[in-house]
Design a protein around this ligand. Sequence first.
Ligand code: NZQ
Ligand code: ZN
Length: 388
Amino acid sequence: MNGNFTFYNPTKIYFGKDSISNLKNELLNYGKNILLVYGGGSIKRTGIYDKVISILKEVDKNIFELSNVLPNPLYSKVLEGARMVRDNSIDLILAVGGGSVIDCSKGISASSYCLDEDPYQKYWINQKPVDTKVVPVASILTMAGTGSEMNGGSVITNEDLKLKKGRVFGPNLYPKFSILDPTYTLTVSEYQMKSGIFDTLSHLMEQYFSGNDENVSDYLIEGLMRSLISNAKVACKDPQNYQARSNIMWIATLALNTLVGLGKTQDWEVHSIEHQLGAYTNCAHGMGLAAISIPYYKFVYKYGLDKFAQFATNVWMINPDKLSKEELAIKGLDALENFIKDCGMVTSIKELGTTKDMLKDIADSCDLGGGYYTLTHEDILKILESCF
Ligand code: NZQ
Ligand code: ZN
């Protein structure tokens, strides 16, 4: 390991069946005014909403509700929530949902008292530090994938600017506590479950495919990838399998709580492309990543051949005997492609609502970066054309 790092992750995790029983005690640590943030209504259908409301009432909280946070959450929703925080002197933002709801809640917290500048420009475009008061955020996670429950990430779509941009806030905006009950994820549609699984795999791959030094983080990532792949195979056949779904939920958290990326360079180009694909099509995040990944990795593997060969042997267990590094790397990518297809994930961005005339605009609006190779906008266009 060559890189230096500071590691601090303040989120307290309650994991397992009925872990919601810890909510009441946690709420005692906060003031009276709670902003309950949720999505399009799944929590009402599953009964989680009723449970949370009854616990909030038991501890005599004033409840304010912000509903209808959409997947790929919108900046207009962040501003609506920020107004509610100010108008009602909110003491805690309680996000109940998937990554979109949690990301929106962090955005609301950072934006509530940011009155001197447009928060989108300040935080998501110019990536400036938060220097105004923030309101604590906590989460009850209902869908596995993003890792937002234990990190500072907040990805917000600005509908006017046609930009979907990520921002990593500091530890004061990490959820103070997150409740992870895998049974809550059993009602997620198979499509969204698969999207979440690929999102997690992509987080692991995008931290892995960069750097060539001997690094303990890479071995942690390989272990998580192997466990994710084997549990995903079970869950895709038998979505109600608790053991597989609980493993997937915890792997998703570990994949992006910053632990496995410590001390190493990272890639994140697939995410950068997907974010703009999402800004144009509003597709499910993980399905966008699945469609882009194979053409992306086929484009860049030559520049990181050793790591791609290691991926084949240590993650997909391909026997390296008699194979050149190049052959091995290709076999690893073939195994990844078969996994995507066997699980029934999306392989074409057309299927996600992309039209031909969008491709250049998407490519031109992506941020450039990368692990082993820095793509140009023209390279991105080629990649998008090959998964159209
Ligand atoms: O809105 P509701 O009605 O709740 O329905 C949601 C939504 O339609 C549904 N759902 C969630 N839990 C459910 C459920 N349906 C039935 N039963 C349940 N228990 O699932 C749909 C998708 O939810 P969403 O929150 O959008 O999914 P996800 O968790 O994948 O979040 C995606 C967002 O997170 C961002 C993505 O870009 C995207 O905007 N990301 C956030 C990151 C972070 N904070 O670190 C990193 C990621 O790379 C990612 O970019
Ligand atoms: Zn992601």
